[in-house]
Design a protein around this ligand. Structure first.
Ligand code: DUC
Ligand code: ZN
Ligand code: ZN
Length: 474
């Protein structure tokens, strides 16, 4: 049923020609200006008034609309392998959902299996991503340290991977101990790259999880109780100290709690290169129905867990104080059948939820219209800062001459409710189901092609490309 909804919106017709976007209110992270944008051969060719065009140029009237740079989602997991099966979006379905939400670039992950080399895992992951409709890159995850790891990181670096992700949680599978984390930090620091980390105290969490299970506490509630806020913030504090010792730029993924923000702000005040990401769910959701039935609780099994209203507020403030620099979705959808793998043991519920297609409407509605952030700040955290931190700027993340023509024309009129029935992510769960959002993407231009126009996806657009990234521009 969901697939039919997607397919009925496909039109087999590529629109690849010069495009003149007229009279749009161009919003960058720094200013807003009404101007025209001319797109030629996939790039922004000129910006100004009365731009010349040919008889075949497609003219798009953007009067009364916003023109944003295409979104860069720095944190997604397409077909992430788990014991309950892979996360339910692959690169094709996930990139379609991304496009509908104004995201034109994604950064996913390379997670090797034990014993596999990082460059080998990278090549395999590149092949999996070939059916993405939007441009992509990866953070590569060392999950163990051995004599060859240093050279492997260096090899990945030569192939355009300038960020490496470490899990400090998930110690039974992919998580690293502090000593190995420090080795990764030193190696990446010497290369001038950036290390990102999922910060939660891995050993303590595993101990608590196993304890609850051993005393027959098996329900989803115990997922929450085994991951208290301090387990995140203490891990953030420790990780920042190790990054400082190693002299490596550091990025904390999916910050969920006010307690972590304190340590990040302190480090930034001292001049350390530390950056923080949060996700729409940590800004907007709190106190989920975790004591009810399995079916009502399981969609919200996410790590770190959702927190309290005061954490939502603290995260919005942190965006305005530049303590939080980016919004990633941590898009990682699972179907209810997959979640049911943990019906009798909360430790086996696959962690994650999808939201790649809602980042922009949620930020616009609850951030900009809700007067939490300015519209320029929204562009900053949605597109510009992820592009800068992960070495994609100014190819991505801005509306400037020479940049890739990845553009969202946003119609601010109207509102609608997010619905499980017409979502584009490939999943039977939607944690935002029923939430009202304002405005919609009237056009999504990707690499100079019109990819979406008013809910119609032009399915014959070119595929996305693997992006070789530069060092962070900080
Ligand atoms: N947390 C999630 O909820 N899903 C994917 C990985 C993660 O850290
Ligand atoms: Zn994580
Ligand atoms: Zn993640």
């Amino acid at each position: 049923m969901l697939n039919r909804a997607i397919n009925s919106n496909f039109v087999l017709l590529a629109i690849h020609m010069d495009i003149l976007i007229k009279n749009g209110n161009i919003i960058t992270s720094e200013y807003s200006v009404v101007n025209d944008v001319y797109i030629h051969e996939g790039k922004i060719h000129s910006i100004g008034k009365n731009l010349k065009h040919s008889a075949t140029t497609r003219i798009v009237d953007a009067s009364g609309k916003f023109v944003f740079p295409g979104g860069v989602d720095p944190h997604v997991h397409m077909c992430l392998p788990t014991p309950a099966g892979p996360s339910s979006d692959d690169f094709r379905t996930g990139s379609i959902a991304a496009l509908y939400g104004g995201t034109t670039t994604l950064i996913d992950f390379v997670t090797p299996v034990k014993g596999e080399s990082l460059p080998n895992a990278l090549e395999k992951r590149k092949r999996e991503a070939e059916n993405s409709l939007i441009d992509y890159s990866f953070h590569v995850s060392p999950i163990e340290w051995h004599s060859g790891t240093r050279n492997e990181i260096s090899d990945c670096f030569s192939n355009g991977i300038t960020s490496f992700k470490v899990y400090l949680a998930y110690r039974k599978t992919v998580g690293l101990c502090d000593a190995d984390f420090l080795k990764v930090l030193r190696t990446v620091g010497e290369l001038g790259g950036i290390v990102t980390a999922h910060c939660e105290l891995g050993e303590e969490i595993e101990r608590l999880r196993d304890y609850y299970f051993s005393v027959n506490k098996t329900e989803p509630l115990y997922h929450y109780l085994s991951r208290p806020a301090e387990m995140e913030s203490d891990s953030v504090k420790k990780a920042i100290a190790l990054a400082q010792e190693a002299g490596c730029s550091f990025y904390v993924v999916h910050v969920s709690t006010k307690k972590s923000l304190f340590h990040i702000e302190e480090a930034k005040k001292k001049g350390q290169q530390v950056y923080a990401e949060t996700c729409p769910h940590y800004l907007l959701l709190n106190n989920p129905p975790i004591t009810g039935s399995f079916a009502s609780a399981a969609p919200y099994i996410i790590s770190p867990p959702l927190r309290e209203p005061c954490d939502n507020e603290a995260l919005w403030h942190a965006i305005n104080k530049n303590v939080v620099s980016t919004i990633g979705t941590d898009h990682c959808p699972f179907n209810m059948e997959q979640k049911r793998a943990g019906a009798n043991d909360f430790r086996s519920i696959p962690n994650g939820a999808g939201s790649i297609e809602y980042r922009l409407p949620l930020l616009y509605t609850y951030g900009v219209l809700g007067k939490k952030i300015s519209i320029n700040k929204m562009v900053d955290i949605f597109s510009t800062m992820p592009a800068k931190i992960f070495g994609l700027f100014p190819q991505k993340g801005c509306i400037a001459i020479g940049s890739d023509a990845d553009i969202v024309i946003w119609n601010p009129d109207g509102s609608h409710s997010i619905s499980l029935l017409n979502q584009h992510q490939h999943c039977d769960i939607n944690i935002y189901n029923g939430l009202s959002v304002s405005g919609h993407a009237e056009y999504i231009v990707k690499g100079g092609e019109i990819a979406v126009n008013n809910d119609i996806l032009f399915s014959s657009i070119s595929r996305g490309r693997f992006l070789k990234r530069n060092r962070p521009e900080l």
